[in-house]
Ligand binder design. Structure first.
Ligand SMILES: [Zn+2]
Length: 150
């Protein structure tokens, strides 16, 4: 596992939707977030050759329709980590109320619910892949002092 932490969005990552208002992105629970990832601009891992990644693998959450077990060599595994803007605490699960609501769908409810036909997202010819997801719970549910997610 290789982890790289960025304090500002790197060149290969951009927000497609929703459009930010200033520095803040306002997302309602039913609102879908879409991130564009340019796979060909992904930097080479230290000591490794630059790889032309073919696609992304996302976690199989409730709104990922099918799961492909076949794993290509040249795919990147994506995960989204959620932090509270005020407490800087990391959130990994939904609150009890949202858990009951979301629990009617398949599987355990996850805070970040990806939306895709398959857990493998193939990149387009120019190396672009789009990841779509929704948040299943609001910052205020997690902590009454929390105004936003990071
Ligand atoms: Zn909630």
């Amino acid at each position: 596992m290789y982890t790289k932490v960025y304090t500002s969005p790197p060149d290969w990552l951009s927000l497609s939707r929703p459009q930010p208002e200033g520095q803040v992105v306002i997302v309602r629970r039913e609102c879908q977030v879409a991130l564009n990832i340019k796979l060909y601009e992904w930097p080479a891992l230290s000591g490794k050759l630059l790889i032309k990644w073919k696609g992304l693998v996302i976690p199989s959450t409730a709104n990922v329709k099918t799961e492909e077990s076949r794993s290509d060599e040249d795919v990147l595994h994506v995960s989204v980590r959620v932090f509270g803007a005020d407490t800087e605490r990391e959130y990994k699960s939904v609150c009890d109320a949202c858990s009951k609501r979301e629990g009617k769908k398949k599987g355990n409810p996850t805070l970040v619910d990806f939306h895709a036909a398959s857990n493998v997202i193939k990149a387009s010819e120019d190396g672009l892949a789009q990841v779509k997801f929704k948040f299943s719970c609001y910052p205020k549910h997690q902590n009454s002092n929390e105004s936003a997610y990071l």
